[in-house]
Write a protein of this length. Structure first.
Length: 172
């Protein structure tokens, strides 16, 4: 695919697959609307803009927020790859964020809805800051005291602002 330029509003009616061998998406000051969702197998780069619709970030794929950007994700995000938010950039999630992918980079992640690590006990880490808003929920599974095999573990290298709800559920 290619670049979305300044102030663009691009709509995709069906499900879009960003294929690893040929595809990349890059948006600057743009809105990308995926009415059927996005299956990202390659790279999605956003400086300032909005990604609307559900996103499946596959193993080996990467979503990058760059250039002191402010990216908003309005649908659910299932992350099995990497969501890299560079320093001085912010990603705000308005839908459910799930999966066992990583969150490298020194930027800020803001959760307004739900963060639910992958099915079963998982460890996910954030290299930057994390903010849980007052309507946010961290859903964690709990079975024993062993991190990564007996319960979910979230590590934050930067600062954490904790508001909202912690929802513990039993791990089968």
């Amino acid at each position: 695919l290619g670049n979305a330029t300044q102030s663009a509003d691009i709509e995709f009616q069906g499900k879009l697959t960003n294929v690893v061998s040929t595809g990349y998406l890059r948006a600057s000051h743009a809105t990308l609307r995926f009415h059927g969702g996005l299956r990202n197998e390659s790279s999605l780069t956003v400086s300032t803009g909005t990604v609307s619709g559900d996103v499946e970030n596959q193993v080996g794929a990467m979503i990058v927020v760059v250039n002191n950007g402010d990216a908003k994700f309005e649908g659910d995000l299932h992350n099995e790859g990497r969501v890299l938010v560079t320093p001085n950039s912010t990603a705000t999630y308005f839908g459910k964020v799930s999966g066992s992918g990583s969150f490298p980079g020194g930027g800020t992640h803001v959760f307004t809805a739900e963060l639910a690590p992958g099915p079963g006990p998982d460890q996910i880490g954030f290299d930057g800051d994390v903010v849980f808003g007052d309507q946010a929920t961290l859903e964690a599974e709990l079975k024993s005291t062993t991190p990564g095999s007996g319960h979910d573990q979230v590590t934050i290298a930067g600062s954490a602002t904790l508001d909202g709800t912690l929802a513990l559920k039993p791990f089968p």
